[in-house]
Write a protein that binds this ligand. Structure first.
Ligand SMILES: [Zn+2]
Length: 244
C-alpha cells in the first residue's frame, strides 16, 4: 500500500522557490509553504509565483523567532506582520486564501506564554490541516496535533546540506529511508501516512542539483501518494483544553 504524504516546505521563499514550484507542478503535488515574513519581503515575485500556481501559503512567523525566548507582544508582532504580507499577497494576485495556518518555528509553542498564544490563534480563527491519514499514536498525542500549530512526522534533515560540510546528498537519500526514532515516521515501514517537512533555501549542489528534486525523486521511487492540503477547524475539546 502506498503511503499518503502531505508535503510541507518551511523557511522560504528563497532564490529557489520558483524552481521548486515548477518541480511540484510537474509532479502535480500541492504543497504547503510556511513562509517567513522577512523572506516574503525579499522575494515578492517568488511569493506571487507560488500563489498563482495554487501553493498553500502558511505563516511561519516574521523572523523565525523562538517563541519561548521572546515576549508575548513580540510573538504577536511576528505573527501579524507575516499575516499582513500573506493577506496582501493573495489579494494582489486575485487568489482566495485556502487556509489560515501557522507553524511555530523550532516547534517552540511559546513556553510560559503557550496558553496566551493558543488563545490568540483560536480567537483569530487559525485552522488545522486535516491529518487523518496519520495514525501514529505518538502523533495523536503530540503538542502540534492537539494545539494550533501544524505538526510534522518526518524530517529528512535537509538543512544539514547548507549548515554542515559533512552532510552530503547521499546522507539525505539515506535519511529518507531511516526508521529509527520512536517519534519519527518512516517511508519504508508501517501503514501510517506522513507529514513531511523539507526546507526552502538558496542551496544548490556542486552540479547545480536542487535538494528538493532529489527528495521528490526518492519518494517517487518509494511510491508514495501525495495528498492535497485540506484545512480543518479545531475541535471544541481542543479549544477548551487550551483555555484551561
Ligand atoms: Zn522553520
Amino acid at each position: 500500500m502506498s503511503k499518503k504524504v502531505l508535503l510541507t516546505v518551511d523557511d522560504g521563499p528563497s532564490d529557489n522557490t520558483m524552481a521548486l514550484v515548477d518541480h511540484l507542478m510537474q509532479r502535480e503535488i500541492t504543497a504547503v509553504m510556511f513562509f517567513l515574513g522577512r523572506c516574503m519581503e525579499a522575494y515578492p515575485h517568488a511569493v506571487d509565483y507560488a500563489i498563482q500556481r495554487g501553493t498553500v501559503i502558511g505563516n511561519h512567523s516574521y523572523s523565525h523567532a523562538a517563541f519561548s525566548q521572546i515576549s508575548y507582544e513580540q510573538g504577536i508582532i511576528e505573527i501579524e506582520r507575516t499575516e499582513k504580507l500573506i493577506v496582501d499577497a493573495y489579494k494582489r494576485n486575485g487568489v482566495e486564501r485556502q487556509a489560515k495556518i501557522f507553524r511555530f518555528p523550532y516547534t517552540d509553542q511559546g513556553g510560559n506564554n503557550f496558553a496566551r498564544f493558543q488563545e490568540y490563534l483560536i480567537h483569530n480563527q487559525f485552522e488545522h490541516l486535516d491529518t487523518n491519514f496519520v495514525n501514529y499514536e505518538w502523533f495523536s498525542n503530540s503538542a502540534t496535533k492537539n494545539h494550533i500549530d501544524i505538526g510534522v512526522t518526518f524530517a529528512c534533515w535537509d538543512w544539514e546540506l547548507w549548515s554542515s560540510c559533512h552532510f552530503k546528498l547521499a546522507d539525505l537519500r539515506q535519511n529518507l529511508r531511516k526508521n529509527v526514532e520512536p517519534s519519527m515516521g518512516s517511508f519504508t515501514e508501517g501503514a501510517s501516512g506522513e507529514v513531511l517537512v523539507i526546507h526552502d533555501s538558496n542551496w544548490r549542489g556542486e552540479q547545480g542539483e536542487f535538494h528538493f528534486d532529489i527528495i521528490l525523486e526518492e519518494l517517487e521511487r518509494m511510491n508514495v501518494q501525495f495528498v492535497k492540503p485540506v484545512p480543518s477547524r479545531p475541535t471544541l475539546s481542543q479549544m477548551l483544553e487550551t483555555t484551561v
